[in-house]
Design a binder for this molecule. Structure first.
Ligand code: PEP
Length: 256
């Protein structure tokens, strides 16, 4: 059975007191987590240790970094390595979020190094893909996502690929209030799953969790999380307040 996941991506938001309160409140207000469910906080680097100290006492919750270096170690001022994240107990890490791709110009070769280093250090990558609005308008969305798959995660061998979680995030839906329709989300998720089956194996495709991201909130999550190939959500704005994040966790809890 695939893991059902609600992951909150805080991006560069909150100071330490708000961060601590948000985690505490979420942990205490969430329903008991089923064995095939996982809730993740993807927090800024300075809060990882604080968050880890809270999350480690709560089964069904995990911690993600939002980025890591594409280098193993050494003279890379300002970078944080996958090995460092592993050494403080971080279990997951975002890779290739659209903001990293567009604002920080991260390219496929760099993202592949990050994926490889995370897997080497036992951290599960949450690999993000998705098309821009122009691509969608020109009906190039499948092509764009195929290329991202081929250039990045499909460069991994089957064993390593089996470690990753995928987040499909149409860029036009991130932080815009525009959400993919259930039909659009299901169509792309099924497409990604079929690509995984052709590249690796049907069983690998069946076991890969594919999350939807892009203005997912308490009003649309029930419809999205109920779709056959949608295994949860990567949530930005709606993960910044405990009440709305807990609502999303509860929706998943009631559905599956
Ligand atoms: C995200 O940042 O991954 C995201 C999906 O943001 P939002 O939910 O705010 O659209």
């Amino acid at each position: 059975m695939r893991l059902k996941i609600v992951a909150g991506n805080w991006k560069m938001n909150h100071y330490i007191n708000e961060a601590e309160a948000l985690i505490t409140e979420t942990l205490h207000s969430s329903p008991q987590v089923a064995h095939n469910h996982l809730n993740i906080f993807a927090v800024p680097f300075p809060y990882l240790t604080m968050a880890q100290n809270q999350v480690k006492h709560h089964e069904g919750f995990a911690l993600a970094a939002q980025n890591c270096s594409s280098f193993e170690a050494g003279a890379y001022t300002g970078e944080v390595s996958a090995g460092m994240l592993a050494s403080i107990g971080v279990s997951h890490c975002l890779v290739g979020h659209s903001e990293r791709r567009s604002i920080f110009n991260e390219k496929s070769s760099e993202l592949l190094h990050k994926l490889q280093l995370l897997i080497k250090h036992g951290i599960t990558p949450i690999w993000c893909c998705g098309e821009q609005l122009n691509d969608r308008n020109q009906m190039h969305h499948f092509e764009v996502v195929s290329k991202q798959l081929n250039d990045e995660v499909f460069q991994l061998n089957e064993q390593d690929f089996s470690r990753i979680i995928i987040a499909y995030e149409p860029v036009w839906a991130i932080g815009t209030g525009l959400t993919a329709s259930p039909a659009q989300a299901q169509e792309m998720h099924a497409f990604i799953r079929s690509k995984i089956a052709s590249k690796y194996h049907h069983q690998v495709a069946e076991q890969t969790s594919i999350l939807y991201g892009g203005s997912c909130n308490a009003d649309n999550a029930a419809e999205l999380f109920a779709l056959a190939d949608v295994d949860g959500g990567l949530i930005g704005g709606a993960s910044l307040k405990a009440a709305s994040f807990v609502k999303l966790i509860s929706i998943m809890h009631e559905l599956h």
